[in-house]
Design a protein around this ligand. Structure first.
Ligand SMILES: Nc1ncnc2c1ncn2[C@@H]1O[C@H](COP(=O)(O)OP(=O)(O)OP(=O)(O)O)[C@@H](O)[C@H]1O
Ligand SMILES: [Mg+2]
Length: 604
């Protein structure tokens, strides 16, 4: 019964939510359970009495008619009252469900926002996130509703068994003998069921992922061109069969066991009924009493089956709650260690102005799910106001470098300092104010053009003038001004009937978003990759102006753009291969020169 104890603990975690918004629902559910619990007992008595009176009435038409009438009215009242409770209970349940859904999803989003990016590379965390998405509140409420039902059946059993024992003591012993094996079997089965849902979660995710590919505009394009639909559909179907097969196997097993248990208990109770009714010293003398007793025996049997099923499934259902809290409380041990060690020395509250320089000092970084180091012993310096270009082959660590600098991936080896203050000590807010970034895989928000740019600095959300200025500099204004609703036009067609943008136009939007946040340090990961030659030229012509008084770090595969930088850092397989001005690096005759000349070839 260890599992049951754990289940109760899990259920207890919901109590703060109930205290906050669900008191009325809880009270109504409790009343409902108690009421429904005694109903079978009262009903069996009422109907028994009614049958006896009816028989009298049929025998001589004088007696019993009023009693039958009263009993019918009473029965009607009982049913109406039950309906009334159910009505209120259902409404308040819906209300509480919404509140709970809201609060739990809010918690989840908060957790996601607070988690370091590196967590998302950990399958354990990511899987758990997927498991806690979906209909959270109903999964939270299910086990409590189960508890109420358990309570209801206990009330039924107590009332009915009490009555039966008053008829014959043998019931007391027999009920216990039947109940215990039933419950144990159900508990065992329910544990298996959950394990399957755990095991299949990878396959389930793939099923969901492929289904998504078929509903995403971008991927449908490729599916059509590469003629992938048959292959993907096959793959989807295969996974689907595996998962459904596992579930069905378990269901079959469960059903056969249920059937066996049912047959056993039915035979058992039938035997007892015979014994009670027709054995020696039977107290049953009237048809109505016969009805009452058989009805009660059926109630006992039904409640026992329900009880064992409910106690069995409650464990399974509360595991979801446990999962949810494991997710909310998740901490990557390795990360927690590094962060705690750093935080122990001094909490990350330092504020830096950035007056002097950023320094990478022997920085190495390895992604959690990978064996190879993405950065190896990286050291170089960036002075305030400098324009630094980072070049290098695909996968050489350029993006990783800036993700570490932004604090998205806290480093564990080496040090990054701003004006001599370690990044670990700088408060996250300070860091965010200091830097702005356009990522290689920037986000395209399906909101208005205004939103898309203003998200760069939510403090200045309403400053349209400043926003238009940023839009003009990045070439956004030229096309947005022609939209029907100007800056209030939605972009993309996901949420509203908006304007669809080209890849380059989206990139200009992302650039405007970065410009809108007027930060000291500007980081651009291939900001012009999708731009046409005019737009690119325009940006680079403006580059001097746009980045004046700012420290700029930009990654580019266009060597001509790198030429504009004050200094160039050349990455190769996670290491810094060369650092210097364009002229210096050309003279050095190394990797940079090779790359530069290779590209220059094209334009000759
Ligand atoms: N989330 C991740 N988990 C594990 N490995 C990663 C992750 N992101 C990147 N890597 C690996 O780290 C290495 C460096 O990747 P990075 O994205 O920094 O390269 P890059 O220089 O920006 O390349 P590109 O020019 O293609 O953008 C690569 O080998 C890549 O496979
Ligand atoms: Mg990159």
């Amino acid at each position: 019964m260890n599992n049951f104890g754990q289940s109760i603990k899990n259920i207890a975690k919901i109590s703060p939510f109930i205290r906050k918004k669900g008191k009325l629902w809880f009270l109504l559910s409790l009343i409902q359970a108690a009421y429904n619990g005694v109903t079978p007992f009262v009903s069996a008595l009422l109907y028994g009495a009614m049958i006896n009176h009816l028989i009298h009435y049929f025998q001589d038409r004088e007696s019993g008619v009023y009693q039958v009438f009263y009993l019918l009215i009473l029965q009607l009242c009982l049913a109406q009252f039950s309906y009334l409770i159910r009505m209120f209970q259902a409404y308040f349940m819906k209300k509480f469900e919404f509140d709970l859904d809201h609060d739990l999803k809010f918690l989840t989003n908060q957790k996601v926002a607070k988690s370091p990016l590196s967590y998302f590379d950990i399958p354990e965390f990511y899987n758990q996130l997927n498991r806690v998405r979906g209909s959270v509140s109903s999964k939270f409420l299910h086990p409590i509703m189960n508890m109420f039902q358990i309570f209801q059946h206990i009330v039924t059993l107590l009332s009915v068994i009490g009555y039966l024992i008053s008829v014959h003591w043998i019931f007391a012993v027999l009920c216990i003998v039947v109940f215990i094996p039933l419950t144990i079997t159900q508990l065992k089965l329910s544990k298996n069921r959950y394990l399957v849902s755990y095991l299949q979660s990878r396959d389930s995710r793939e099923i969901g992922y492929i289904a998504n590919l078929f509903s995403d505009k971008a991927s449908i394009k490729e599916i059509k061109i590469f003629n992938l639909s048959n292959h993907l559909n096959e793959r989807w179907s295969q996974r689907f069969r595996i998962v459904s097969g596992q579930i069905l196997t378990l269901a079959r097993k469960q059903q056969w066991i249920d059937f066996g248990l049912q047959t056993g208990t039915t035979l058992f109770f039938t035997g007892i009924s015979f014994f009670i009714l027709f054995g020696k010293n039977s107290k049953v003398t009237q048809v109505g009493d016969f009805y009452t007793i058989t009805q009660m025996i059926q109630n006992v049997q039904n409640s026992f089956t329900q009880l064992s099923y409910l106690t069995g499934s409650i464990y399974e259902e509360t595991l979801y709650i446990q999962d949810f809290y494991e997710f909310i409380e998740y901490g990557d041990p390795a990360f927690a260690e590094a962060a705690a060690a750093a935080a122990a020395e001094s909490p990350p509250t330092a504020a830096v102005q950035f007056q002097d320089s950023i320094e990478f000092d022997s920085v190495s970084y390895r992604y959690v799910n990978s064996d190879a180091e993405a950065l190896k012993d990286v050291s170089f310096q960036i002075k305030k106001g400098e324009k630094i270009a980072i070049v290098g082959t695909n996968g050489s660590g350029k993006t990783t470098l800036i993700k570490c600098l932004l604090g998205l991936y806290p480093i564990r080896e080496g040090n990054i300092t701003i004006d001599g203050v370690s990044l670990h000590e700088v408060s996250p807010q300070n860091l965010q104010e200091l830097m702005t970034v356009v990522f290689q895989d920037f986000t395209k928000y399906a909101f208005s053009a205004h939103d898309n740019i203003a998200f760069g600095d939510i403090q200045k959300y309403r400053d349209r003038e400043l926003l238009v200025a940023a839009a003009e500099k990045s070439g956004v204004h030229q096309f947005v001004q022609h939209f029907a609703d100007g800056y209030d036009t939605a972009l993309g067609r996901l949420l509203a009937d908006g304007e669809e943008l080209s890849g380059g136009q989206w990139q200009k939007i992302a650039f405007a978003r970065a410009l809108f946040r007027d930060s000291e340090i500007m980081i651009l990961d291939e900001p012009t990759a999708a731009l046409d030659p005019y737009a690119e030229m325009e940006i680079y012509k403006e580059f001097e102006k746009l980045t004046r008084n700012r420290t700029t770090i930009f990654i580019s595969h266009r060597m001509a753009a790198a030429k504009l930088a004050d200094r160039i850092v050349v990455m190769q397989a996670g290491k810094v291969a060369e650092v210097g001005t364009h002229q210096e690096l050309i003279e050095r005759n190394g990797v940079y020169r090779e790359m530069f000349e290779l590209q220059a070839e094209w334009y000759r």
